[in-house]
Design a protein around this ligand. Structure first.
Ligand code: THG
Length: 291
């Protein structure tokens, strides 16, 4: 067993601590044109209204960090990600998570960011490690490592653990402290492989036991292709928190997901006197009256 580590993220004025004894840190997933046609079309038209609203709404719903994905086909991603960052920081002040596979876009984002960001992501591929780890070191950012490599996504928890171990080793060689490495076990669609959820949960347990690092995951991927996705997402996220997930990338506007996270934190003894649960209940009651 290893000690649970604290990952610190910062915006200009806010510090967010990710740790297994503290509140689960929701990374709001919605600023992402992939799979969201309205966002895609708005960004293509140079309109940032949806992005701004998504930033405000997600933070109000409990997101402590926002994921920023500027993957618009045909767009100049380094320019676009900087524009999105500026628009978002006009309306909220939370640490950001830069979700891009484009090293130029990542460097562009980090170069204008004031604080300590989370890089989403690197993985076990040589090219990715060589591109991303030096940027994490240069900017003092934390980095998410996905459990996949040049051979693809491993089919067993043990093999994904081995990829995580290699990413952690390479990060250390690059001068990145262990607490700044966050591992993503990869939640794949259960509709395509009914063991996908189980493999992710088992990977989390193996990685946490050995390294004590924080764990992120795109927790809604799991339900792609299934009806009533929000119930699957809610169940899975609660189970993953028990397994060791500490900073899920998810949609806090979905009440089922949001209450599952709060209920899991309460169940894990991370919500003193149930104050956060009660506060969220009161907010839902108030929102009902106002809508
Ligand atoms: N791991 C890491 N990063 C990730 C992922 C991951 N980033 C991208 C993705 N996976 C997580 N982000 C999203 C964003 C949106 C959706 C799912 C995952 C999504 N959108 C709705 C849909 O497609 O049905 C649309 C919602 C809407 O229009 O309101 O599901 O795994 N490290």
């Amino acid at each position: 067993m290893s000690e649970d580590l604290i990952t610190i993220l910062k915006s200009k004025t806010k510090t967010v601590k990710i740790h297994r004894d503290l509140a689960t840190v929701i990374i709001g997933e919605r600023i992402n044109p992939t799979g969201r046609k309205a966002v895609l079309e708005a960004l293509q038209a140079g309109n940032f209204d949806i992005v701004r609203k998504d930033a405000i709404d997600q933070v109000a719903a409990g997101a402590a960090v926002l994921d920023i994905n500027a993957g618009v086909p045909g767009a100049d991603e380094p320019v676009l990600i900087q524009q999105i960052i500026r628009k978002v920081l006009e309306v909220v002040d939370v640490p950001l998570c830069f979700d891009t596979a484009n090293p130029q876009a990542l460097a562009a984002a980090l170069s204008i960011y004031e604080g300590k960001a989370l890089i989403n992501s690197t993985n076990g591929e040589e090219r990715s490690l060589n591109n991303v780890l030096p940027l994490a070191k240069e900017y003092g950012a934390a980095v998410i490592g996905l459990c996949m490599d040049d051979n693809g996504i491993p089919k067993t928890a043990e093999a994904r653990f081995a990829v995580a171990a290699r990413i952690i080793e390479r990060a250390a060689q690059a001068g990145i402290p262990l607490e700044d490495v966050v591992i993503d076990p990869l939640a794949m669609a259960m509709s395509a492989d009914s063991k996908a959820g189980r493999i992710a949960l088992d990977t989390i347990k193996l990685v946490v036991k050995e390294f004590g690092v924080n764990i992120s995951m795109g927790a809604s991927n799991i339900s792609f292709g299934m009806p009533d996705r929000r119930y699957i997402n809610a169940t899975f996220i609660a189970m993953a928190i028990h397994a060791g997930l500490t900073c899920p990338i998810t949609n806090p506007l979905l009440v089922e997901v949001n209450t599952a996270v709060l209920g899991a934190d309460l169940s894990m003894g991370r919500d003193d006197y149930g104050m956060r649960w009660i506060k969220a209940f009161r907010k839902r009651e108030k929102d009902k009256v106002n809508s």
